[in-house]
Design a protein around this ligand. Structure first.
Ligand code: AAT
Length: 292
């Protein structure tokens, strides 16, 4: 294959590519689900790549993991039971662990190799697995959620890969229905929701599914993550029918949670100002009605 065929043909961002200089390949193997690659880059530290798509770099993982975790958890009072879908690197677990109200963290990751690789090469993320509140389930989240009892979770965080490969079903209606069922009344979902520059239609589809499925509120937020395609990533925040959730004005601000900012390592990106700002949308996005 020519360079053009390889680099400009990803269906998620046709005609563009983003590159980081590889200093050293540390790991490259095919798991049951995907190709797993870890390399040392020149300027972003170590990088985890699945099927050719950057999942995280040491330099900017803080932005994604902190936002996807604290946007939902700071929006409700005393979250106790939390589920993470995907997130096998452990970074989201590390962030959830800052919340001392949390009693149980379930995680359902499909690929054991991602977990093993993270423990070996990304100890600052995999540290999340060491928290005694964490219960690991290796398997497909679609199956896991089918068998989850109703109303079990206060919050569910979907830290999944792009909907090509094992995460395909994670953007479809039946999956969102099982999530809504697994949440208590007034419980919250935070779902990775791609780039507003690249995936307007996919985001619109997800939003309309969520509006039908979640009877509370549905909002779109975003953050800047330099190594994700187009440099931004979005989050879809939804709440189920019940006590209303005002996502834009966090009721459980991180600054008031004892020790949360410093817990094990200092927060690098998230604070209440960033939380509120994340819901401000550019005019072209507002016009697409990517908001409540
Ligand atoms: N925190 C790093 C960012 C990720 S990782 C996404 C994880 O979701 C991967 O470890 C992948 O193995 C897992 N995953 C994919 N499909 C499933 C499934 N069906 N069930 C459980 N886990 C799954 C996401 C980065 C987003 C990149 C945006 N371009």
């Amino acid at each position: 294959k020519t360079v053009k065929e390889v680099y400009f043909n990803n269906p998620m961002w046709p005609g563009e590519t983003h590159s980081l200089k590889v200093e050293n390949v540390l790991f490259k193997e095919k798991s049951l689900y995907q190709e797993v690659l870890v390399f040392e880059s020149t300027s972003y530290g170590k990088v985890l790549v699945l099927d050719g798509i950057v999942q995280l770099t040491e330099k900017d993982e803080c932005a994604y993991q902190e936002m996807i975790s604290h946007l939902p958890l700071c929006s409700i009072e005393s979250p106790k039971n939390v589920l993470v879908v995907g997130g096998g690197d452990g970074g989201v677990l590390r962030e959830i662990a800052r919340h001392s109200s949390v009693e149980r963290i379930d995680i359902c990751e499909i690929d054991q190799m991602v977990i093993d690789v993270s423990k070996k090469f990304f100890p600052q993320l995999a540290i999340g697995f060491e928290d005694p509140r964490v219960h690991l389930h290796v398997g497909d989240a679609v199956e896991f959620l089918r068998h989850t009892s109703q109303g079990k979770y206060d919050a569910i965080i979907v830290d999944s890969s792009d909907p090509v490969g094992p995460a395909q079903e994670l953007v479809e209606k039946p999956f969102f229905e099982t999530i809504a069922r697994a949440l208590r009344p007034g419980g919250v979902l935070c779902n990775m929701a791609e780039s507003m520059w690249l995936h307007t239609h996919l985001i619109q589809d997800m939003i309309s599914i969520c509006r039908e499925t979640f009877k509370g509120s549905v909002h779109y937020a975003w953050a800047n993550v330099p190594t994700y395609p187009s440099g931004v990533i979005g989050f879809l925040l939804c709440s189920t029918e019940g006590p209303p959730v005002d996502f834009k004005h966090p009721i459980n601000p991180i600054e008031k949670l004892e020790g949360a900012i410093e817990y094990k390592r200092q927060l690098k990106f998230y604070n209440s100002e960033m939380h509120r700002a994340a819901f401000s949308l550019p005019s072209f996005v507002k016009r697409e009605r990517l908001y409540d």
